[in-house]
Structures are given as structure tokens and as C-alpha cells.
Design a protein around this ligand. Structure first.
Ligand code: ZN
Length: 394
């Protein structure tokens, strides 16, 4: 098996110049969530294995043969860019109002290099290359890929993904067993009060004061409702109220997200959210409406895949991290439902870009991984594939 690793690495090295050109081409011409058809076509052409199957409206699943039977391994990369005005200053920068500010251009290029190299050298198990749309929006593309049945149709047992991560140092790749990204529920609260003249507060029911108290009280969810060993995050990203400094409005709204690391904490946390919203409203003589929209589940890495990948990453001279988790969310979580009848096992790795002070974060208008990140993401995908073969395959 280590001979396969060596041959695969050499074949990938041959593919890298073309893959990096593809990265620049995709980066220069980004497409937003739900509009990825052009990007999917360009990447499918570069893969050189036919058009594949259309999935999740604008995505593709492209089967590549293996030398033997056995379950297929899906390698997933995301197609969509973000509504960000690029300010990287490179010659191949986007000139539209969209930007590949999350590294998906790098992931796509790495996927192409790995798959083309795999076909050339002949790998033991079939690969399903998944060009997945709508990672950045809800409802997510991953859920549509799963529900399309394409993974079951091609006998996929394991799904492998890798995401660039500026919070990890250059050369570091994380392959962590268990939960690595949070579940998210987005919510909206509308606080109803009784508005009027700001100088007569005793005659009113001030929804802004109630909402302000609520934003603070919601922090109890993390500190008092969920086991702190596992943690929770409740952040308000938008509040909306009022028209003038001297007028108390009738209502005020807040929009936020609740993030958890364990599925079993969700019911308790959502109960707490409801109690705090309605209790705070009542304490201020107001009433509240609460709407919750479930987004992504917890991203739970299969332990055997993670441990197996760690070994191959060490072999590829990566510095392996076994701790990195974040309360970010990724719809890759939908591929991680378990093995066998339960669905597929999943492994999401994070590829470090350099943990330097002031470096642009994901989704930043200056975010631009160096081209050598393509090789490192490719390396991680190969490690994930080999881990999926298991000790018997190795
Ligand atoms: Zn991303």
C-alpha cells in the first residue's frame, strides 16, 4: 500500500501544474450558490472522465473506476463562491461581485489532480468525485446529494473532504475523530411591546430594552444549559428596531444562530432558548415570537477514518493535528451519518495555511491561499481514501 502512496504522489506531482491553472481559471470566474453549472462543467471537463451525473441541480457526481470491487470512496469538493468583492490584487482575481473567498477553488483543483492521477495509476477501489453545489447556503447542497441516492447507487461507503484553514499553521493537517464542526440552528425573535414617546417610558412596554436584555440572557444557554466540556455558542448577528432617537417602537427583532457540538444537547438547548425568549419578554411586559430554522447537523468524523488518515498524513510529512475543532458549520456533516445501512462514514480534514497574526480569515476579501495549498489538500484527500480501505485494504 505504501507503494501505491508513492506512485500516487508522483502522478499528482505531474498533474499539479494543470490543476493550479484550473484553480486560477475557476477563481477568476466564480459562481454563487445555486448557480454553479459553469464551474461544474469546467471542472468536469478537466477531470476528463465524462459529464457524470447531475446532482443537487447544479452539481455533478463523476464515477471513476477502481481495479477491484469493494465499496467506492467519494471525494467531495465544493463549487460555490461568496458574495464578496475581491481585494487580493492578483492578476487572476475575480472582477465580478463574487469571490472564491473560502478556498473552494483550491479544493476543486486538488480533487482534479487526485482523480486524474488515480485513473492513471489504477487505484484499488472506485472513486466518486462529488462536485457539490450550495455549501454556503441553506438548504444545503450536501443534503440534496445524499437525498438524490447517488452515493448508494455507486456503493459509496466513505466520503472524504478537506478544507483549507488559516487558523492552523502551514504544513499542519488536522484529522480529528468525532465532532469537529458544530450543528447550527438559525433563529429569529420578534419582541412585541407598546411604543410611544421616549420621554414617557412608564406608559410604554419597551421592546428594545427587552431585546437588549434578551441578547445578554441568551449567553446562559452556553454557560448554564449545556455541559461546558462540549460547549455551545449563541450569537446574535443582526438586530433591527426603531426609526428615531425619541420614539420607542412597537417591536424589535433579533436574528442569531445556536451552535452545538453534540446532537443530544439540541433539544435541551432549544427548550432553553424558548424559555429565555418568552421569560424575558414577560419580565418586560412584552410578548415574543420565536422561529427556529434547523441548518446543519454536527459534523462527526468517523474515528477509524480519522486515525487511518493520520498515519498516511505522517507518511506524507504533514504535521498532524488531532485537536482542531471549531463552531463553524459545514454541510459535509450530512455525509457523516454512519456506515452501512445508516448511510456513509465521513472524514473532513483541515489543511493549515499559516497561523500568522493579521492573516486574512476565511470569507475575507483578501483571503488567498498560496498555490502550494493545492498539493497539500490533494495529499489529505489521498490519505482519506487510503484510510477508507481500512487495515485490510492496507
Ligand atoms: Zn468553505
Amino acid at each position: 500500500m505504501s507503494e501505491l502512496w508513492e506512485r500516487w504522489q508522483r502522478a499528482i506531482a505531474d498533474e499539479l501544474p494543470a490543476a493550479i491553472e484550473l484553480r486560477h481559471r475557476v477563481h477568476a470566474d466564480p459562481r454563487g450558490s445555486g448557480d454553479e453549472e459553469d464551474t461544474a462543467r469546467v471542472v468536469a471537463e478537466a477531470l476528463g472522465a465524462g459529464e457524470g451525473i447531475r446532482v443537487a441541480k447544479t452539481g455533478r457526481a463523476i464515477p471513476l473506476p477502481g481495479k477491484g470491487d469493494g465499496p467506492a470512496v467519494a471525494l467531495r469538493a465544493e463549487l460555490d463562491a461568496l458574495p464578496v468583492l475581491e481585494r487580493t490584487g492578483v492578476g487572476w482575481a475575480s472582477d465580478s461581485e463574487l469571490m472564491h473567498a473560502c478556498g473552494h477553488d483550491v479544493h476543486l483543483a486538488a480533487l482534479v489532480a487526485v482523480c486524474r492521477a488515480a485513473v492513471r495509476i489504477g487505484v484499488p477501489r472506485p472513486i466518486l468525485a462529488v462536485l457539490q453545489p450550495r455549501e454556503e447556503t441553506s438548504p444545503s447542497g450536501a443534503l440534496d446529494v445524499v437525498e438524490s441516492g447517488v452515493l448508494a447507487e455507486y456503493g459509496v461507503d466513505a466520503v472524504i473532504g478537506a478544507h483549507v484553514q488559516p487558523r492552523l499553521a502551514n504544513g499542519v493537517v488536522s484529522a480529528v475523530p468525532g465532532p469537529v464542526n458544530a450543528s447550527t440552528d438559525e433563529f429569529e425573535v420578534v419582541m412585541h411591546g407598546q411604543g410611544g414617546h421616549a420621554g414617557y417610558p412608564h406608559l410604554l412596554r419597551d421592546p428594545i430594552l427587552a431585546l437588549s436584555q434578551l441578547v445578554v440572557s441568551l449567553q446562559q444557554l452556553a454557560s448554564r444549559r449545556v455541559d461546558p466540556v462540549f460547549g455551545a455558542v449563541c450569537s446574535i448577528g443582526r438586530i433591527q428596531a426603531g426609526t428615531a432617537a425619541n420614539v420607542v417602537p412597537n417591536q424589535a427583532s433579533a436574528f442569531g444562530s445556536l451552535r452545538l457540538m453534540r446532537a443530544q444537547d439540541r433539544e435541551r438547548a432549544l427548550d432553553g432558548l424558548g424559555e429565555i425568549v418568552h421569560g424575558t419578554a414577560q419580565a418586560h411586559g412584552c410578548t415574543a415570537e420565536l422561529r427556529v430554522s434547523p441548518c446543519e447537523p454536527v459534523l462527526h468524523n468517523d474515528p477509524a477514518l480519522a486515525v487511518g488518515a493520520q498515519r498516511w498524513l505522517v507518511r506524507g510529512q504533514s504535521d498532524v493535528d488531532i485537536d482542531f475543532r471549531s463552531f463553524g458549520a459545514d454541510d459535509f456533516a450530512h455525509y457523516c451519518t454512519g456506515g452501512g445501512d445508516e448511510g456513509t462514514r465521513g472524514l473532513m480534514m483541515f489543511v493549515g495555511l499559516g497561523d500568522t497574526a493579521g492573516a486574512p480569515s476565511l470569507h475575507d476579501e483578501r483571503f488567498l491561499p498560496a498555490d502550494d495549498a493545492v498539493a497539500r489538500v490533494a495529499n489529505a484527500l489521498v490519505a482519506g481514501y487510503l484510510a477508507a480501505l481500512g487495515p485490510a485494504g492496507a
